[in-house]
Design a protein around this ligand. Structure first.
Ligand code: SAM
Length: 293
């Protein structure tokens, strides 16, 4: 008989995966880590019972978190990733030839070792790439004392509870702003607005309280149940939401990347918000003035 996992998504709502095989199950010093195989989603990593990544649909989230800011910027060299322990995001970032260094700060070494061992399909290239540098530390503390600067900071974190809570605060965003270059951009995992309305709204509002331009864009990933997932973005210079269509198309075509979700058309479409998602963040999304990339 099949075993089933149980993911509590919200009060009164659970998701279960049929488990073909358990690949890892351990209490790390930070969280409960589970890695299973499932018919529909392939290999699935859960932290504290919450889906983090699946080999079947990770491309959707990782492509959108990486390529929207990177193609909008057009010449990203140094990238800081906070969290992202499965290393699928780093893999997407390293596809950009302009990138000369990816610095990733992840709190839990067990997530990285488990992902390296079992999720090679989504991250093997990262560990062969000398541009990739990993540091095991709390991202909040790391950014607090940071003196280096970056073109893009990507926050690929768990939901705003436990050690990840401060990764969604205005204070953390202020520290990130300090280490962004002039055209620098920040993009952050901002939750599923339908199920996490308050966390989503406060994330975008915190971004808007710190940066000149801020907002969110959407993606639809089957394993993040509840409709669209939002990515929050912010910059003092660059408007991710108003790309020059020609320039964006040229950059994407020139990159030669064979992507499965991101395209220049998806880039533009992702910023169209249905009213139920726009409403809780109205007043904090980017004002009309300001240059597109
Ligand atoms: N895509 C996923 C999602 O949204 O469900 C996130 C994936 S990634 C595995 C999330 C990572 O954030 C975890 O590995 C977790 O250990 C890490 N993390 C949580 N809090 C952190 C912190 N304060 N500093 C650095 N990494 C943190």
């Amino acid at each position: 008989m099949t075993d089933w996992t149980e993911e509590l998504l919200a009060p009164g709502l659970r998701l279960s995966y049929g488990v073909n095989r358990v690949l890892a199950q351990t209490h790390t010093p930070h969280q409960q880590l589970t890695l299973i195989e499932n018919d529909q989603f392939g290999r699935v990593m859960l932290l504290d019972g919450v889906t983090q990544v699946t080999t079947a649909d990770e491309f959707i989230y990782h492509e959108m978190l990486a390529h929207v800011p990177l193609f909008a910027h057009g010449d990203v060299r140094d990238v800081l990733i906070i969290g992202g322990g499965d290393c699928g995001l780093a893999e997407e970032v390293l596809k950009h030839e302009s990138v000369r260094r990816v610095f990733q700060v992840e709190i839990d070494v067990a997530v990285v070792s488990s992902a390296r061992r079992h999720l090679g399909a989504i991250n093997a290239a990262v560990f062969e790439d000398e541009r990739f540098h990993l540091r095991i530390e709390d991202g909040v503390r790391f950014v607090d004392g940071l003196t280096e600067s970056f073109d893009a900071v990507l926050v690929d974190s768990t939901d705003p509870i436990g050690p990840a809570a401060k990764l969604f605060s205005a204070e953390f965003y202020r520290n990130i702003r300090r280490c962004l270059r002039v055209r620098g951009v920040l993009a952050v995992q901002a939750g599923v607005p339908f199920l996490q309305r308050e966390a989503f709204a406060s994330t975008v509002s915190n971004l808007a309280s710190v940066f000149k331009f801020a907002g969110c864009y959407l993606l639809a990933s089957p394993s993040y149940i509840g409709g669209h997932l939002a990515i929050g973005w912010a910059s003092d210079c660059l408007r991710l939401d108003r790309p020059s269509v020609d320039r964006l198309e040229q950059r994407v075509a020139k990159s030669g990347l064979g992507l499965r979700y991101y395209s220049s058309a998806m880039h533009r479409a992702a910023f169209v918000l249905p009213p139920y998602i726009a409403e809780p963040v109205k007043g904090c999304i980017a004002r009309p003035e300001g240059a597109g990339p």
